[in-house]
Design a protein around this ligand. Structure first.
Ligand code: FES
Length: 124
């Protein structure tokens, strides 16, 4: 059963290339962290799980971007990801990618649309 859209935060909470909104969800039977951030005007969201090793990546809570605010940078071993699509852009993530979540910005809110295999914590 699909839980339907999940409201995450106000659109204005996500500043351009700024701090991410973080939240937890169930994925493959495991509670994992995820984040949404605004990059080049668009809101994107991914699991907070590096493709190199299953570790959380943020430097400080909600801080995922590098010093130039150009790439998502894993704080563990420095893998970098293109924020637009989650593809590895350098470092030990090889041909890997972040796991993307379907999000939309509408009516001044950021909404997550869970797909198969993803569930909000409150739904389990
Ligand atoms: S765990 Fe992210 S680069 Fe190694």
């Amino acid at each position: 059963m699909n839980p339907g859209p999940i409201d995450l935060c106000a659109a204005e909470d996500l500043s351009e290339h700024g701090r991410a909104y973080t939240f937890d969800l169930m994925w493959q039977g495991e509670c994992v962290s995820a984040f949404a951030l605004r990059f080049k005007g668009r809101v994107v969201a991914y699991l907070n799980r590096c493709a190199h090793m299953p570790a959380e990546m943020d430097w400080n809570p909600g801080e995922f971007l590098d010093a130039d605010r150009s790439f998502i940078l894993c704080s563990i071993h420095g893998a970098s990801y293109d924020p637009r699509n989650g593809q590895c852009a350098g470092g030990p993530c090889g041909r890997g990618a972040l796991v993307a979540l379907a999000v939309k910005e509408e009516g001044g809110r950021v909404t997550w649309y869970p797909s198969a295999g993803f569930e909000p914590l409150s739904f389990t």
